[in-house]
Write a protein that binds this ligand. Sequence first.
Ligand code: ATP
Length: 371
Amino acid sequence: MAGVVLDGVSRVHPDGTRALWQLDLAVADGEVMVLTGPSGCGKTTTLRVIAGLEPASAGTVTIGDDVVNELPTRDRDVALVTQQHTLYPHMTVGDNLRFALRMSGTPRQETEQRITAESRVLGIDRLLDRLPRVLSAGHRQSAALGRATARLPRVFLLDEPLSALDAGERVRVRAELHRYVKTAGVTTLYVANDQAEVMSLADRVAVLRDGVLQQVGTPQEVLDRPVNQFVAGFAGLDGMGFVPARLEQSAGLAWFLVAGRRLRVPGGLPGALRSHVGLPVILGLRPHQLGDATAAPGHPIDERLPATVRRIERLGPYDQVVTEVAGAQVGARFAPGTAPGPGSAVELTVQARLVQVFDPVTATALWHGRD
Ligand code: ATP
């Protein structure tokens, strides 16, 4: 087993498209690194360059102790699973797994032991005699994963392997996959756009935009301390609203002026914001931080924001109310059925110590709130 290091890796296509630009990324031995970012940001390209299916235009790709830039795919000892399952249609599931192991020279007895163990882990042990076409999409995807992972490679490269599955199967296969990669301890790069997958699978997550790495960190770090507005808006399950404000200070007190209201910053002016006093800033607010002020009588006026209801999404345990605050779209959580209809004025509770603050010009993060 081995770590993967990308050092200044770029991939520029012949037509000039920069799919990846000067990517530095070190994935530790046994680590699960999830690559995420909007469509076209270079996630698949990263996996293909590591697998050797596309050349790097610049930089080095190292697997373990070996620089592999010049090595053909078959000598890199990586297993790539893509969105399309890749089973041989005329072979049973068992034979698909057997074939993968035989090709790598595994002795017969060990092959059978590995297939038994592997198929049990992936929940396909009763399906070994079936042909791929009679399986559900979820079981087919599990079988494809089984085939790719039957022989332990140095590196797993998984490109949205659960995207073809329905919600229930996705949760089941995700849990199996998580258990499997953790037990096997194989270095894994995993492309995911589903934020639940990102949060539940990643040891660390790398966020890409237009081929450029924005941030690498644990899911919690990326959520709590995003480097810029882009990462803040992308990370997390229910997004972030960005509200224009102005930072003000007087007599040892500090507040954000928002929609004509003063939102007090408890504890006074944060050191990181000193140079922004009197200037516009952007406040980043997550829905779980905003509630219904009518449900919190006595909540101080300087911890509330006026908003207009635009849309109500009923999510079961709570209603996600999409509101407008100072011209920006901001989600808030209300008890089910308690929000007034679209167009109504509401008051939202907010804790200024939890907001994220961004520079309106550069979009970089200035302050991540106070614990
Ligand atoms: P998705 O989430 O949609 O799969 P992605 O993040 O995996 O997207 P890539 O498939 O890596 O993105 O593509 C990165 C960029 O490279 C995109 O702008 C894409 O259009 C471009 N690209 C990919 N293949 C080629 C090619 N053969 N020639 C030119 N541009 C390409």
